[in-house]
Write a protein that binds this ligand. Structure first.
Ligand code: UDP
Length: 398
């Protein structure tokens, strides 16, 4: 298949860890790479966000990245990109008119909207992966949600018009059905993990080192992890993510969480590394004993898979994709979100039981390898996309 992968803000070549660069960037890169390895041709269409970016680049994974000019060629927060989507769609449609693709696969709601507009102009079938939903964000962030107004209605419309919706977990299907999507339209295909990049290792004697990895945004629950840390004697918490190490002091979430730790008397046991590159992350994972993933909500969560692949238990919250990936009592433990006392209790018990840490780690490593490699994800995606090729072309609207 010749696939147009559309990811308006999440450039697969970007450095991840910043506020708007995380799992979606990793997902689009790894899925495209795995589809190319299976013999498909993939071009990723993403917004041009710097003057130095060439229009077309061959990514190390063997797919092409097409930087689409739409809005200023500079960093723009994703919640301010909506106004540029008509231009993004028009530019993309021009390319699709010149170079024939078999189908498009949109990532995130704004990409979905642009993809639908461009696909209608050339009569292309298209698939939708949301990665995150406005309805869920609104529920948890209410007045602090900076998404453009109308996002939820757009998502409802995308559910109705996409040829197939690829959800990443069972919880997402439930949310999509609440938006009116018929169950028959969704396929569940999880995100994956690069198991070669994150090899399973084991400590002969596990210690009391906790690790959190992710973008430094409030909903990732770092404050809850720190509140739990204060209740766990002798444990340390290392945090990977956020801006580069030299810019950490200025980061508002770092300041907020450090102040909390100071107040709770555990600041000396908390260490921020800043953004950690993909190459260094496996080493940081294997230096930990337990990976803590405590979001208020999580559309999927690739970090738990990376921890499992590395042979580390996940102690997390029972939300979103973690409900599918983490098996409580076998590869980790799950507690209710926003409950630091419960988090502290399970962490204390697990830290006091090194044999269980090792057992969970081994089971997680096995589970990652048997269910969540990117090759598994690419095969399932191929199965979901292939039927679209035989669709009667949609009516072309100029
Ligand atoms: N990540 C990274 N370096 C960092 C912080 C995060 O490479 O300093 C990666 C992390 O390993 C994972 C991704 O960013 O692959 C985050 O994905 P996840 O689905 O867990 O969360 P999201 O960012 O999509 O909310």
């Amino acid at each position: 298949m010749k696939i147009a992968m559309v990811s308006e803000h999440a450039n697969p070549l970007a450095v991840v860890g910043g506020v708007d660069a995380g799992g979606q960037n990793v997902h689009v890169d790894a899925l495209s790479t795995a589809l190319v390895a299976r013999g498909h041709e993939v071009t990723v269409f993403t917004r041009r966000d710097s003057t130095s970016a060439p229009t077309r680049v061959l990514a190390p994974g063997g797919y092409e990245v097409h930087h689409v000019p739409a809005g200023p060629p500079a960093d723009v927060p994703k919640d301010e990109l909506w106004q540029h989507m008509p231009a993004f769609a028009s530019r993309m449609a021009e390319v699709w008119q010149r170079e024939r693709y078999d189908l498009a696969h949109a990532h995130f709601w704004m990409s979905g909207s642009a993809t639908r507009a461009a696909a209608r102009r050339v009569g292309l079938p298209w698939a939708m992966t949301f990665h995150a939903l406005g309805s869920v964000k609104r529920r948890h962030q209410a007045g602090r949600d900076t998404s453009p107004p109308g996002r939820i209605d757009v998502e409802r419309g995308l559910c109705a018009t996409a040829d197939v919706v690829i959800a990443t977990c069972r919880d997402e299907v439930r949310e999509l059905m609440a938006l009116g999507m018929p169950r028959s339209k969704a396929r569940i295909i999880p995100c994956g993990v690069d198991v070669r990049r994150f090899p399973a290792t084991e400590h002969s004697v596990p210690g009391r080192r906790l690790l959190a990895v992710g973008r430094l945004v409030e909903r990732k629950g770092l404050a809850d992890a720190v509140t739990a840390l204060a209740q766990i004697p002798d444990a340390t918490l290392t945090v990977a993510g956020g801006p580069s190490a030299d810019a950490l002091e200025l980061d508002p979430e770092v300041q907020r969480v450090r102040a909390l730790a100071r107040g709770l008397g555990c600041e000396d046991r908390l260490d921020f590394l800043g953004a950690v590159g993909r190459d260094r992350l496996p080493e940081v994972m294997s230096a930990a004993d337990i990976v803590v993933v405590a979001p208020w909500y999580e559309p999927f969560g690739i970090v738990p898979l990376e921890a499992m692949s590395s042979g580390r238990p996940v102690v997390g919250t029972a939300v979103g994709g973690l409900l599918d990936t983490v098996v409580p009592g076998r590869t980790g433990e799950l507690v209710a979100p926003r409950d630091p006392d419960a988090l502290a209790a399970v962490l204390r018990q697990l830290l006091d039981d090194p044999r269980r840490i090792r057992r969970y780690g081994r089971a997680g490593a096995q589970r990652a390898r048997s269910l969540y490699t990117w090759d598994h994800v690419a095969r399932a995606t191929e199965d979901a996309l292939a039927p679209l090729l035989s669709r009667v072309p949609q009516e072309v609207t100029p």
